[in-house]
Ligand binder design. Structure first.
Ligand SMILES: NC(=O)CC[C@H](N)C(=O)O
Length: 391
């Protein structure tokens, strides 16, 4: 062990290439190891940090002032609020600011401490972002030590030795262990959350690490929602007589998750039940239909990404969080590309011709971000209505 005292520094980010950023620790003390990505959203830090899709990742926020609206019980995206099933660490330009908002019940920094999330502030997040854009998402460790004593060599070794997200199935750790009903509708001014009242469809959600706003958006279109664990069989799902099945978002490598998810999805597609996939669910639907996924270099993480719906020609501004993508060239006949990213041309949506089966890479449920893509839940509702009529 070769520890050293770094003057005026209580937090560091150490990357696998040996780069060291010195700053000030915030949130919990200790270490966090993971893939470092940047997120360009200007609001919604609590939703971002509680999105299970960020498991094993450290998020660098490009927006410099984070913490202004504190935290509250409503803006938690994960089911169950287990800190281990969400982002591992967070990096900020400025130290988390004190809360000034009527919805706040706790300061952002105290919340990070209570969840054991290690934070780092006071580093040049622009240079880190540029580095990620040029070289891809590195493996890194944040260490927060109020004494200012760090073992940089040991931290470099940890970052270098970590195997990364490729080939890692994390949905299995993020999923619920038992089926459950979900009844909460979308948040509305001024009453906040309330239970849904319309009951037009039965929707089974296969949970790979679902965000609650997906469930709420389903309740809002009139769905009675049943959440089932990731390894639930197609027979069990179909025995519930669903009008539609939603494949959720989630963490990790879709190819690794696909091993158990793909045969289930293939049977569901064959049964004719309408299917809607979001993010990890989109990637796994792609694999189930014969396509392949690739690891992206910098990925997409933000709430301001332009995506074009090729079926209508309209552009929507969307919420994004992914580091893998469907390789469009691998899509077989009978599967069309419906959406593309206007940032880098990558695939953002697919559909089967002549079947009520489609999926998108972005997050139509927003939370955080714009609600331009909520229409996709209506598209799913319409598919379920049509299937009911022809049944
Ligand atoms: N939000 C998600 O579902 C992310 C999917 C997958 N883990 C990825 O990073 O691409």
């Amino acid at each position: 062990m070769t520890t050293e005292l770094l003057e005026g520094c209580t937090g560091v980010l150490v990357l696998s290439d040996g780069t060291v950023y010195q700053g000030l620790g915030c949130g919990a003390t200790g270490e966090a190891l993971g893939e470092v990505c940047f997120n360009t959203a200007m609001t919604g830090y609590q939703e971002i940090l509680t999105d299970p899709s960020y498991m094993e990742q450290i998020i660098a926020f490009t927006f410099p002032h984070v913490g202004n609206v504190g935290v509250n019980a409503d803006d938690v995206e994960q089911l169950g609020n287990d800190p281990k099933r969400a982002a591992k660490g967070a990096i900020f330009r400025d130290a988390p600011t004190p809360p000034a908002n009527w919805r706040s019940t706790l300061s952002f920094n105290d919340w990070l401490v209570s969840r054991g999330v290690v934070g780092l502030s006071g580093i040049d997040t622009r240079s880190l972002t540029k580095k990620i854009r040029e070289h891809g998402m590195p493996h890194g460790v944040i260490a927060h030590s109020p004494s200012g004593v760090f073992d940089l060599e040991a931290l470099k070794a940890k970052a270098r030795e970590w195997k990364g997200l490729g080939g890692l199935d994390l949905a299995i750790d993020a999923t619920v262990t038992q089926s459950a009903a979900y009844t909460t509708d979308l948040w509305q001014w001024p009453q906040g959350f309330s239970d849904g009242t319309k009951k037009e469809f039965k929707v089974v959600v296969i949970d790979y690490g679902v965000k609650q706003n997906i469930l709420r958006a389903l309740v809002d279109i009139g769905a009675e929602v049943q959440i089932v664990p990731a390894k639930t069989s197609a027979e069990d799902i179909l025995a519930r007589k669903p009008d539609g099945v939603l494949l959720s978002n989630g963490p990790g490598d879709p190819a690794a998750t696909g091993e158990y998810a793909v045969p289930v999805i293939q049977k569901l597609v064959k049964s004719g039940v309408p299917v809607f996939g979001i993010c990890l669910g989109h990637q796994m639907l792609g694999i189930a239909l014969g396509g392949k996924t690739i690891k992206m270099s910098q990925g997409h993480h933000g709430a301001n990404h332009p995506v074009k719906d090729e079926t209508t020609g309209k552009v929507e501004i969307v919420s994004m969080n992914h580091g893998f993508a469907i390789d469009r060239d691998s899509l077989p006949e009978g599967v069309v590309e419906t959406h593309i990213s206007l940032f880098d041309g990558s695939n953002c949506g697919i559909a089967m011709t002549g079947k009520p089966v489609f999926s998108v890479q972005h997050h139509p449920e927003a939370s955080p971000g714009p609600v331009d893509s909520l229409y996709l839940f209506e598209r799913f509702a319409q598919n379920m209505r049509n299937a009911k009529v022809s049944a």
